[in-house]
Design a protein around this ligand. Structure first.
Ligand code: AIR
Ligand code: ASP
Length: 334
């Protein structure tokens, strides 16, 4: 992050900043992890980068099947542009297999599978997010009956879609938590899916081995948290499309320093007087096969304190290093 903007809210794993236009926000994914109402805390390097991408992937897919949500586009490794919503103070949990708090509360062993169950929790840290029923929700106006119907219908669709999506890559969707918000259009409001969907908010088990690939690795001190999140991203085909430098950077501290080389040269079609001179001289010395010589400049530097050196170097070219009307540039980072 290199621009100063207004922070609107800081949660346990994310920060919300004012967006570039009214009705938009920027959602920043931190590396911080908490569990048991923040009694347990840690920083898991790279988690924010992975969750930003997994959540982008899932939210885009859900948008594609008509589950309207707040995601607009990913901006960089840790940030996404989202629609501003009036958050409904509920955590909606959908369970396909008994695990976690339901297993503890009801004394039912983890792993048994009844039918899918949807539960509601009130978002209230001071009270440890108590479970509530539909009666509480409508009685206290946290959501209207109509909104609750929409929330239930959307949760069922999300569960169907995600169960299939994860199933196809050998992952069992055990349970997940989602949140919703209201958007206003004139005097009418509509409920849309908000927040994030990632291994922080789902239980994901390897379908073959039962191995946990989600935040329970952190909650239960099972180790390999980032490795498991990365595995989820890999199976979904997300990490594959990322340039190698960024894949490395995903797990790298944001303060690590990169070697950057920026090559700037005149665009093809722009007369390069120096290039022509060099070309003529080389030809004169007998290298008659030389053509299209361009003389450019090379700018080298070390760059620390940024998360995406390529992206920063690109901005430097656009703002200072190249005259983009007539010059092109090529960036190498290592
Ligand atoms: N969850 C609940 N509160 C915060 C989160 N992330 C998610 C868990 C789990 C599901 O909701 O990650 O996937 C049910 O959690 P629990 O603790 O009630 O069993
Ligand atoms: N992150 C939440 C907390 O700190 C819940 C959890 O994921 O365990 O309580």
């Amino acid at each position: 992050m290199n621009t100063k903007r207004k922070k609107l809210y800081e949660g346990k794993a994310k920060i919300l900043y004012e967006g570039p236009e009214p009705g938009t926000l920027i959602q920043y994914f931190k590396d911080d992890a908490t569990a048991f109402n923040a009694q347990k805390k840690a920083t898991l390097e790279g988690k924010g980068v992975i969750n930003n991408q997994i959540s982008e992937f899932i939210m885009s897919r859900l948008n594609g099947i008509g589950v309207t949500n707040h995601f607009i586009k990913r901006l960089n490794l840790r940030e996404q542009l989202i629609r501003e919503v009036e958050i409904i103070p509920l955590e909606v949990v959908c369970r396909n297999i008994v695990a976690g708090s339901m297993s503890q509360r009801l004394g039912i062993e983890e792993g048994t599978a009844p039918r899918s169950i949807i539960e509601f929790y009130l978002k209230k840290d001071e009270l440890n997010d108590p479970m509530v029923t539909e009666e509480h929700i409508t009685a206290f106006n946290w959501a209207s009956t109509q909104e609750l119907d929409d929330i239930l219908a959307m949760t069922v669709r999300v569960n169907d879609y995600l169960s299939g999506m994860f199933g196809a890559v050998g992952i069992t969707l055990v349970d997940f938590k989602i949140e919703f918000g209201r958007i206003w259009e004139n005097d009418f409001s509509r409920v849309i899916l908000a927040d994030e969907i990632s291994p922080d908010s789902c239980r994901l088990w390897d379908a073959a081995t039962g191995e946990k690939l989600d935040k329970d690795r952190f909650r239960r001190d099972l180790g390999n948290v980032i490795e498991s999140y990365t595995e989820v991203a890999r199976r979904l085909g997300i990490m594959k499309g990322m340039p190698t430098v960024i894949q490395g950077a995903a797990l790298m501290a944001p303060t690590a320093s990169s070697k950057v080389k920026v090559h700037v040269f005149l665009k093809p079609g722009v007369l390069d007087v120096q290039g022509k001179a060099v070309e003529g001289a080389l030809q004169g010395l007998g290298w008659t096969g030389v053509s299209n010589a361009r003389v450019g400049k090379l700018i080298e530097f070390d760059l620390a304190g940024v998360e995406d050196p390529q992206a920063e170097a690109r901005k430097m070219c656009e703002q200072l290093l190249a005259n983009t009307v007539i010059e092109g540039y090529r960036i190498e980072t290592a």
